[in-house]
Design a binder for this molecule. Structure first.
Ligand code: GDP
Ligand code: MG
Length: 442
C-alpha cells in the first residue's frame, strides 16, 4: 500500500529538520502512482502533486508523527480540501416545489438514484414526487414505478395510451401537478445514452428550460474512472449542473473519478450511492472518499491517534511545569500559547483550574498574527534572556525589537504579559495549598 511504500522512503529521516528535496521527490512519485492506481486523471494528478510538493517543502517535520505519516497527513488534508471540504445539502426553493433534475449517461444509475433520493427525502420529512421523463427505453417508466413503490413515493408518468409521449411536456406537467398535490420536491428522471449524444443533450436542455430546476444533478458511475472527465465536461457544456452524484461506489473502484470530476467541473459532489438497495445512499463525505482514494483508512486513524497522544502528553508536561510556577520561562510561555491555540478543547481544561481562567482568556485572545509576532520576539532573545527575562533592559529590548522586526512597545507588552502570567502562577501555587485538584490526565 501507499503507506508501506512511503514508510520505506523515510527509513532514514525521523523527527528532525525539514523533508529533503530528495525525500519530497520520492514521496511525490509514490503518491502519483497511488493516485493513478485509483484512476485519477493525469492532469488532475499533476496539479495535485505540485500542490503537495509545495506544501511538503514548507513543513517542518513534526515531533508527533514520523515523516511518512506527516506526508500522508498533508496528502489527506489536501485531498479532502479538493474533494470539497464539507458536504453540501440540497438547496430548497423558497416556494415549493423544489425541482431536482437528474442527468447522466445511460446506466450511470439515474433511475436508481431517483428512488434512493426520494426515500432519503421522505426520511428528511419531505413529500417528494418522482417523475418519469425517460421515455426513451420501453421499461424505464416501469423501473421507476417499481422503485417508487418500494420507496413509498408516488410516480408521475405519462398517461398510458398517449402514444410515445413528450418528456418535456411530462416534466412541465409534473411540476404543476406537484404544486396542486403539495409535493414539496420533484425529482425528474431523464433519459441517457451509452455515449455522449447531441439529441440526448438537447432533450435534457429542453427539460431544463421547461422546469428551471433548483438543482441539476449530474449522475456519474465511479467505475468509469478516467472517462468521467470527458463525460463530466460534455454534460457541463451541454446541460450544466449544480452538483454531482457519484454512483457504484460499492464497486472495486477506488474512486479516483471523484477527484477528477471535482477538479474538472468545480462542482460539489453531493451524494454517494453505494449499492443497489434503496438504503445504499448518503450525502457525500469528502473525508471518507479521501481515505478511500489513498486506500489507507487505517493509517489515517493511526495518525490521528499518534497526534492526539502526543498533544495530550505535551499538555501534561506543561501542566506539571505550571504547577511548579518558578521555572516558568518565556519559552514555556510561548509553548503554552501555541498549545492552547492548537489544542482547542484540551486547552479549555486550563479554564477549569483555579486562577487559570484568566490566563486562558488572555491566551485565547491571541490571534495568529499576535502569535507570529510573539514567536519572533522570543526567538530573537538569547537563551539567557529567555530563562531570566528580568535581565532584559532597555538596550536589550531595542535589540530584540530590531531583531524580530517589531517595536520596543511590542517587546515591552510581551514581557509585561509574561510577568503577569508568572505572578498568577505563583499566587495559584501559594494560595491553592494543595495546588491543582485532581484532573483527569493532568
Ligand atoms: P440509468 O440508466 O442511469 O437510469 O441507470 P439505472 O438506475 O437503471 O442503473 C443501471 C444499473 O446500475 C442497474 O442495474 C442498477 O441496479 C445499477 N446501480 C445503480 N446504482 C448502483 C450502485 O450504487 N451500486 C451498484 N452496485 N449498482 C448500481
Ligand atoms: Mg434510467
Amino acid at each position: 500500500t501507499l503507506s508501506d511504500r512511503l514508510s520505506s522512503v523515510f527509513t532514514s529521516l525521523r523527527g528532525k529538520g525539514r523533508l529533503s528535496e530528495e525525500d519530497i521527490n520520492t514521496t511525490a512519485r509514490e503518491i502519483r502512482l497511488a493516485l493513478l492506481e485509483a484512476d485519477v486523471a493525469l492532469p488532475v494528478v499533476r496539479t495535485f502533486i505540485a500542490r503537495i510538493k509545495e506544501r511538503a517543502r514548507g513543513t517542518e517535520v513534526s515531533k508527533a508523527l514520523n515523516p511518512a505519516q506527516q506526508v500522508i497527513k498533508i496528502v489527506n488534508e489536501e485531498l479532502v480540501e479538493i474533494l470539497g471540504g464539507q458536504t453540501r445539502d440540497i438547496r430548497y426553493a423558497k416556494t415549493p416545489p423544489t425541482v431536482i433534475m437528474l442527468a447522466g449517461l445511460q446506466g450511470s444509475g439515474k433511475t436508481t438514484l431517483a428512488g434512493k433520493l426520494a426515500r432519503w427525502l421522505v426520511a428528511e420529512r419531505n413529500t417528494p414526487l418522482l417523475v418519469a421523463a425517460d421515455l426513451q427505453r420501453p421499461n424505464a417508466v416501469t423501473q421507476l414505478q417499481v422503485l417508487g413503490e418500494r420507496a413509498e413515493v408516488p410516480v408521475f408518468s405519462p398517461e398510458p395510451g398517449n402514444g410515445v409521449g413528450d418528456p418535456v411536456a411530462v416534466a412541465r406537467e409534473s411540476v404543476e401537478y406537484a404544486r396542486r398535490q403539495n409535493h414539496n420536491v420533484v425529482i425528474i428522471d431523464t433519459a441517457g445514452r451509452l455515449g455522449v449524444d447531441e439529441e440526448m443533450m438537447r432533450q435534457a436542455a429542453d427539460i431544463r428550460d421547461a422546469v428551471s430546476p433548483d438543482e441539476i444533478l449530474f449522475v456519474v458511475d465511479a467505475m468509469i474512472g478516467q472517462d468521467a472527465v470527458t463525460t463530466a465536461e460534455a454534460f457541463r457544456d451541454g446541460v450544466g449542473y449544480d452538483a454531482v452524484a457519484l454512483t457504484k461506489l460499492d464497486g472495486d473502484a477506488r474512486g479516483g473519478a471523484a477527484l477528477s470530476v471535482r477538479h474538472v467541473t468545480d462542482r460539489p459532489i453531493m451524494f454517494a450511492s453505494t449499492g443497489e438497495k434503496l438504503d445504499d445512499f448518503d450525502l457525500f463525505h469528502p473525508d471518507r472518499m479521501a481515505s478511500r482514494i489513498l486506500d489507507m483508512g487505517d493509517m489515517l486513524t493511526l495518525i490521528e491517534q499518534a497526534q492526539r497522544t502526543f498533544d495530550e502528553s505535551e499538555a501534561e508536561d506543561m501542566a506539571k511545569k505550571l504547577a511548579s510556577g518558578d521555572d516558568f520561562t518565556l519559552e514555556d510561555f510561548l509553548e503554552q500559547m501555541q498549545m492552547v491555540r492548537k489544542l482547542g478543547p484540551i486547552g479549555n481544561l486550563l479554564g477549569m483550574m483555579p486562577g487559570m481562567g484568566q490566563m486562558r482568556d488572555q491566551i485565547s485572545n491571541v490571534d495568529e498574527k499576535d502569535l507570529d509576532r510573539i514567536t519572533a520576539i522570543i526567538r530573537s532573545m538569547t537563551p539567557a534572556e529567555r530563562a531570566n527575562p528580568k535581565m532584559i533592559n532597555g538596550s536589550r529590548r531595542l535589540r530584540i525589537a530590531n531583531g524580530s522586526g517589531t517595536q520596543v512597545s511590542d517587546v515591552n507588552g510581551l514581557i509585561t504579559r509574561f510577568f503577569d502570567a508568572q505572578k498568577m502562577l505563583r499566587q495559584m501555587k501559594g494560595g491553592g495549598g494543595s495546588g491543582m485538584p485532581g484532573m483527569p490526565g493532568m
